[in-house]
Design a protein around this ligand. Structure first.
Ligand code: ADP
Ligand code: MG
Length: 224
C-alpha cells in the first residue's frame, strides 16, 4: 500500500545516511588508528603525529556536531526572538573569517522587522552555514549582502554573494548528504540547514549563476 511504500522509502534513506556517516567517520578513525600504532613503535616523532591526530579528531567532532542537529526533537527551544539581533550576532561571529578571506559583509534591513518564533541556536547555525558557504565561494575578494524584509505574513532573508556560483548539474544535488565540492567540506551544511528551516515552517531556495554568484533565500513565518 501507499503507506508501506512511504516507510520503505524512508528506511532506504536512513540506510543511505547511515552508510554516509559511517564512511565519513571511518576515514579519520582509520587514520587515527594508524597513528596510534605508529606511536607504539616509534617514540621519536610524536609531536608531528599529535597535530595530525588532533585535526582528524576535529573532523570527527565537526561531522558529529552537524549531525546532532538532525537528531534534535522538533520544537526544542522555540522562543520569541528579534531577527535583527540574531543576524547581527551571526555576522559578528564570522567577521574575522571574512576579513581574513578579503570578503565584505553588508547587512541591508528593513526596520523594524517583526519578531519570529524560533530556536535561536538552530537558526543561528543555519545562517552561519549560509554565510560560511558565501565566504568560501567569494574567498580572495568578494562581497556578501544580507537582505531582510517583510512580505505579508513572512519575513524574507537573503544571502547574496558574488562568488564562484554553482553549475546547473550540481544545483539539484545540493542538500544531499555529504555532497561537497570542497577538499575539506563535510557536505552536511545545507542538508542540516534545510532541516532547521523546515522545522521553523519556513522555506529554503538556492539560486545561482556560475561566475556571477549565489543567492540563498529563506522565508520564515512571522508571529501574527
Ligand atoms: P560544504 O560547505 O561542507 O561543502 P554544504 O552542504 O554547506 O557543504 O554545501 C554543499 C556544496 O554546495 C558546497 O560544497 C558548494 O559546492 C555548494 N555551495 C553551497 N553554497 C554555495 C555558495 N554560496 N556559492 C557556491 N557554492 C555553494
Ligand atoms: Mg558549508
Amino acid at each position: 500500500t501507499h503507506e508501506y511504500f512511504q516507510n520503505s522509502e524512508k528506511l532506504a534513506l536512513v540506510g543511505q545516511l547511515a552508510a554516509g556517516i559511517a564512511h565519513e567517520i571511518r576515514n579519520p578513525l582509520t587514520s587515527l588508528k594508524g597513528f596510534v600504532q605508529l606511536m607504539e613503535k616509534d617514540g621519536m616523532r610524536k609531536q608531528e603525529y599529535f597535530s595530525i591526530m588532533s585535526s582528524e579528531l576535529a573532523r570527527i567532532e565537526l561531522i558529529v556536531s552537524e549531525l546532532l542537529v538532525l537528531a534534535k526533537p522538533h520544537a526544542s527551544a522555540f522562543e520569541v526572538h528579534d531577527l535583527t539581533n540574531l543576524i547581527t550576532h551571526v555576522v559578528t561571529l564570522l567577521e574575522t573569517e571574512a576579513i581574513l578571506q578579503k570578503v565584505t559583509i553588508q547587512v541591508a534591513l528593513e526596520s523594524p522587522l517583526p519578531k519570529i518564533h524560533c530556536d535561536e541556536n538552530q537558526l543561528k547555525q543555519a545562517f552561519i552555514n549560509f554565510l560560511k558557504n558565501g565566504i568560501e565561494a567569494t574567498s580572495g575578494g568578494g562581497e556578501i549582502v544580507i537582505r531582510l524584509w517583510c512580505e505579508g505574513d513572512k519575513v524574507v532573508i537573503r544571502f547574496e554573494d558574488n562568488g564562484v556560483g554553482i553549475p546547473a548539474e550540481q544545483l539539484s544535488r545540493l542538500g544531499e548528504a555529504f555532497f561537497t565540492t570542497k577538499e575539506t567540506g563535510t557536505g552536511l551544511g545545507l542538508m542540516v540547514s534545510r532541516r532547521i528551516i523546515e522545522n521553523h515552517r519556513g522555506t529554503l531556495q538556492l539560486m545561482s549563476t556560475p561566475g556571477i554568484g549565489t543567492t540563498v533565500e529563506v522565508c520564515l513565518p512571522v508571529i501574527s
